[in-house]
Design a protein. Structure first.
Length: 115
């Protein structure tokens, strides 16, 4: 079992930055690839970024490529999403998802970007 808790969301002006954290319980967190998703009001949940279990491989949605960076510290059981140059269209609830043989979701953290 893995429990995930996201934090770091908030209200920021366009052009600003936020760093989200996804803290995991469980000693085997390092075997899980982790993905970030987001869901804006009235829209489907969409993929944002992914990091491999080792942290050696990352991928991003086209909409965030070059602005967002995903990283992880397995010693701290935490994955981060650094978000720079935020835009109003980045407003959403952001979720992390840990995936190996099973899949686990956090409760989400709200990010609101004002214009």
């Amino acid at each position: 079992q893995v429990q995930l808790v996201e934090s770091g969301g908030g209200l920021v002006q366009a052009g600003g930055s936020l760093r989200l954290s996804c803290a995991a319980s469980g000693r085997t967190f390092s075997i899980y690839a982790v993905q970030w998703f987001r869901q804006a009001p009235g829209k489907e949940r969409e993929f944002v970024a992914r990091i491999s279990a080792s942290g050696g491989s990352t991928s991003y949605a086209d909409s965030v490529e070059g602005r967002f960076t995903v990283s992880r510290d397995n010693a701290k059981n935490t994955v981060y999403l650094q978000m720079n140059n935020l835009a109003p269209e980045d407003t959403a609830v952001y979720y992390c998802n840990a995936r190996a043989s099973s899949s686990y979701w956090g409760q989400g953290t709200q990010v609101t970007v004002s214009s």
